[in-house]
Design a protein around this ligand. Structure first.
Ligand code: HEC
Length: 289
């Protein structure tokens, strides 16, 4: 509860308007859905449970950060079902085709998922472990151990859903503090200008694999928020590809992880080439009529 908030409410909702973003309270937001809620700063779990009216559940998953093929570690978490939670936070608008659900972490990491995935698969916003052990995980791909997962950690039913299993750790952001909805229009400035299909494909890959930490035209994560086109420019294609596929080779000990190591080598090469094509393509001029 923030004393400075008007009407004594809890400041967890932010509504985006053309004039900017302002904060409101969860009850005020539910009371007056006049303006669409597009961003929610998450309150602590007990308040989310009582104010949004979503029950916490216990779910078992294969913990993808610490599991490897042939070595499965199962963990039971406590969390809120995502589909129900999204409807409580945003109304039904999150289901509109093309909408993305964007998770922001405390350190600026940004993870976006097509909202259709939350209709097709089961996901939960976890806030603790069911066995009461510390809510932490090791993240070998980023050379981190005992990483705090809270306040929230997005988990998927990868026990029963092979698509979720194949995702590995992708789409499992932790330290989540905020959820936004994004539409294709929000990405306009970062799209490649040409109708070059390789650049367009590269843009989609960059969204998944790079804009989580970096930004293009102001769109993306804030973990290493330098403009990705700018920082790529001094590098030749070969060096840029090495940064994408084996950053450790370029700078030992770097915090930048390699492109999804679960993918076959040919696929990683193809994705890296497409991303490079995108980064070298002329930028979209959104001022054009
Ligand atoms: C988890 C966060 C993260 C992701 C995902 C990520 N990067 Fe990085 N990137 C970093 C960090 C951190 C650095 C700074 C590295 C350093 O100085 O050790 C960096 C640095 C870079 C650099 C600058 C290299 C230089 O000359 O200093 C480039 C280019 C780059 N990243 C490209 C990419 C591309 C392309 C992708 C997507 C395939 C990507 N990054 C994905 C975190 C990330």
């Amino acid at each position: 509860m923030r004393a400075s908030e008007p009407n004594g409410g809890s400041a967890i909702f932010r509504r985006s308007t053309p004039a900017g973003v302002f904060r409101t309270t969860i009850r005020a937001a539910f009371a007056a859905m006049a303006l669409p809620v597009l961003a929610v700063e998450l309150p602590p779990p007990d308040r989310l449970e009582s104010e949004a009216g979503v029950p916490a559940q216990t779910v078992e998953v294969v913990e993808p950060h610490t599991s490897s093929p042939g070595h499965e570690l199962r963990v039971s978490y406590r969390g809120f079902g995502m589909a129900g939670l999204l409807s409580r936070l945003f109304g039904e608008r999150w289901k509109a085709p093309g909408t993305e659900v964007v998770f922001f972490a405390r350190d600026g990491y940004r993870s976006s998922t097509d909202s259709g995935r939350f209709l097709a698969a089961s996901a939960w916003l976890a806030f603790g472990r069911a066995d009461g052990k510390p809510f932490t995980v090791d993240n070998p791909s980023q050379h981190e151990s005992d990483v705090a997962l809270g306040p929230y950690y997005l988990i998927w039913d990868n026990l029963h859903d092979p698509v979720a299993r194949a995702q590995g750790t992708y789409g499992w952001p932790y330290q989540v503090v905020r959820i936004d909805l994004a539409t294709p229009a929000d990405y306009a400035a970062a799209r490649p200008q040409d109708a070059d299909p390789a650049a367009t494909e590269g843009f989609e890959h960059a969204k998944n694999y790079c804009l989580t930490c970096h930004r293009v035209a102001g769109i993306g994560g804030e973990k290493f928020p330098a403009d990705l086109r700018e920082i790529s420019r001094p590098l030749g294609d070969e060096a840029l590809k090495s940064w994408i596929i084996e950053p450790q080779k370029m700078r030992p000990g770097t915090a930048m992880p390699p492109l999804d190591a679960l993918l076959p080598e040919t696929e990683r090469n193809r994705i890296a080439d497409a991303i490079i094509r995108y980064l070298r393509a002329p930028a979209m001029d959104i001022t054009r009529p």
